[in-house]
Design a protein around this ligand. Structure first.
Ligand code: MRU
Length: 355
């Protein structure tokens, strides 16, 4: 499995996604500030991977603290969580993971005679458990979603919702992997995904790594290929799903969803429950990260646009739920009306655990 991130005795090790596909280089975070920088600079990216990275960042911060008592450590713990939470605003998995670490810390802090060492061990264990749960959730999404993929044909994806965006296997690419493992003959069209090129650099790299045939498309090619009948399904990941099923995902996803509807092609979203934000009623309430203009004006050090040109760089857009054929989660497949479907599924006992 592609080692996107990993807890080690020296710190948290990340595959540097800014260097792919040409170089496989690892960076080691030895402090929570390092982890925050690594998330902000997109050395690690993708909603589930960001969440687990932040949890590991919290555990790392606790393990490196010089505090001798839980009471004196509390303000430092708050700072660790706040610094990590301030890295990227859209993927709700980040806030979900930090909240889970805060709750675990609060539980531990009430235990009489608890030591910093025990808290550190327990929080490290919690972060590692989240890592295992994420892989299990991806595998379960694969199992639920595989049969929705064509037995034979081409599936379009946008951005990277694969092993590189999770702790392994992937969400949207996990569903594709699971379908291929079950004998489906699938070709993948990977939108290049300007400006950060997650599709061209990362999706193509990881699918070819698994011998899944992949063709890179420029972002403006999907319409024409759909019209020619060359795309049988679309599947993407998500950074945040509102209570009504509106989906925030990489900029450009909305356009692909509208095109899919126009051409009668199913548009699927694969995401774990940690991406569902029931506290946000609709997509209008989802904060959209604005990234630096330089990601658009330059490619590496080469300038692409004239000085003085105005630049927009929203990292995500929102696809209204009416364009979403189904949302594939680790608990099962949701279909509209999504608010009702989410409540019904939440009422069922969860069957996914880490192992
Ligand atoms: O800016 P990124 O690369 O973090 O954006 C990633 C995406 O939009 C993914 O599609 C999403 O996080 C789902 S990853 C399983």
């Amino acid at each position: 499995m592609i080692p996107t991130l990993e807890w080690t005795s020296e710190g948290v090790r990340f595959l540097d996604q800014t260097r792919l596909p040409l170089e496989e280089i690892y960076v080691l975070a030895t402090s929570y500030n390092d982890v925050a920088t690594i998330i902000r600079d997109m050395i690690v990216r993708g909603a589930p991977a960001i969440g687990v990275s932040a949890a590991m960042g919290v555990a790392l911060g606790v393990s490196r603290s010089q505090a001798t008592s839980v009471e004196t450590f509390q303000p430092e713990f708050n700072t660790i969580c706040d610094v990590l939470a301030a890295t990227r605003p859209t993927a709700v998995n980040l806030f979900w993971a930090i909240e889970r670490m805060r709750q675990r810390f609060a539980e531990l802090a009430t235990q009489s005679g608890i030591t910093m060492e025990k808290i550190s061990d327990a929080l490290t264990q919690e972060a590692q458990q989240m890592y295992g749960e994420d892989i299990a959730a991806c595998k379960a999404m694969g199992a639920h979603g595989a049969e929705l993929m064509p037995k034979s044909g081409t599936v379009l994806t946008h951005c990277n919702a694969g092993a590189l965006a999770t702790c392994g296997y992937g969400t949207a690419l996990g569903v594709i992997r699971a379908a291929v493992e079950r004998g489906h003959a699938i070709n993948v069209f990977a939108d290049e995904t300007r400006p950060y090129l997650q599709g061209a650099r990362l999706t193509a790299w990881e699918l070819l790594h698994d011998n899944i045939p992949t063709t890179v498309l420029c972002d403006n090619m999907a319409a024409s290929l759909m019209r020619q009948g060359n795309i049988q399904a679309v599947i993407v990941g998500a950074d945040r799903i509102a209570a009504n099923g509106d989906v925030a995902n990489k900029i450009g996803t909305y356009g692909v969803a509208v095109l899919a509807r126009e051409h009668g092609i199913p548009f699927y979203v694969a995401a774990p429950w940690s991406t569902i934000d029931l506290a946000t009623a609709t997509g209008d309430g989802i904060p959209i990260e604005q990234r630096p203009a330089r990601e658009v004006t330059h490619f590496n050090d080469k300038q692409l646009t004239p000085n003085g040109a105005g630049i927009e760089n929203p990292a995500f857009d929102v696809t209204p739920s009416k364009y979403v054929t189904a949302i594939i989660t680790e608990r099962g497949v949701l279909r509209a009306p999504y608010d009702q479907a989410m409540h019904n599924m939440l009422a069922e006992p969860a069957s996914v655990s880490s192992n």
